[in-house]
Design a protein around this ligand. Structure first.
Ligand code: PEP
Length: 254
């Protein structure tokens, strides 16, 4: 059975006290959902990972992840944070290839592949983000783009390592724009991703692969999206910064 996951990408938001207060509120709210087998992952800025990992320690349904990691193992790379450093803080997940990293910081499918490798070597599960731009969708090449992102960024893994990864489909045109993919669009792409995974690794691996939707997902549209057969939860940006909306999104998991 594949995992149902709601992940919150805080991006470069919140001061330390705000991050701790939001985490405390989420811990409190998730307690009210005692019977729900949810997996919640919070992706705060690097500098809060240590404190939040300790804060969330007793709540096993909340994990702390990193928004990025270096494609280098160690050395003279000023400003970088390595996968072993994240592991030493108890970090269990890392986002790789978020479209903001791809477009503002020049990340490529190849650098993503290196990061995924380093994460796995350090027992950190990568959430590999893929998605097409509006231009690519309008030109009708979105399936090719997604396939290339999968082939170059993650399909070099063997089956065992691939099974430790999560895929997030995040259409670039939907991120932070208030424009969500329709249910038909989301299901069409998630099904395509699962079929592409099945063609590479077989049906069982594809059926067990969690594929999250991201892009202006909020407490109004989460329920419809999360009920789609090939959507296993969401990667949430803006709506993860308020405990009420994020908890409502968590409650939208079937
Ligand atoms: C994201 O950046 O991963 C994201 C999904 O952002 P938003 O929910 O704000 O569109």
């Amino acid at each position: 059975m594949r995992k149902k996951i709601v992940a919150g990408n805080w991006k470069m938001n919140l001061l330390k006290e705000e991050a701790q207060a939001l985490t405390a509120e989420l811990i409190g709210m998730i307690k009210d959902e005692e019977s729900r087998p949810v997996n919640v992952i919070l992706f705060p800025p690097f500098i809060y990972i240590n404190a939040l990992t300790q804060q969330a320690n007793a709540e096993t349904r909340i994990s702390i992840g990193a928004q990025n990691c270096s494609d280098k193992l160690s050395g003279a790379y000023t400003g970088e944070v390595s996968a072993p450093m994240l592991a030493s803080l108890g970090c269990k997940y890392v986002l790789v290839g978020h479209s903001e990293r791809r477009s503002y910081y020049g990340e490529t499918n190849q650098s993503c592949a290196t990061k995924i490798d380093l994460a796995l070597q350090n027992n950190i599960s990568p959430i590999y983000c893929i998605g097409e731009t509006l231009n690519e969708r309008e030109s009708g090449i979105h399936f090719d783009i997604l396939k290339k992102q999968l082939e170059e960024g993650i399909f070099y893994l063997n089956k065992e390592d691939f099974s430790k990864c999560i895929i997030a489909y995040e259409p670039v045109w939907a991120i932070g724009t208030g424009k969500t993919a329709s249910s038909d669009q989301a299901q069409e792409i998630h099904k395509f991703i699962r079929q592409t995974v099945a063609a590479k690794y077989g049906n069982e691996t594809a059926e067990n692969c969690s594929i999250l939707y991201g892009g202006s997902c909020n407490d109004q549209n989460a329920k419809e999206l999360f009920n789609l057969p090939d959507v296993d939860g969401g990667l949430i940006g803006g709506a993860s910064l308020k405990s009420r909306s994020f908890t409502n999104i968590i409650k939208s998991l079937p």
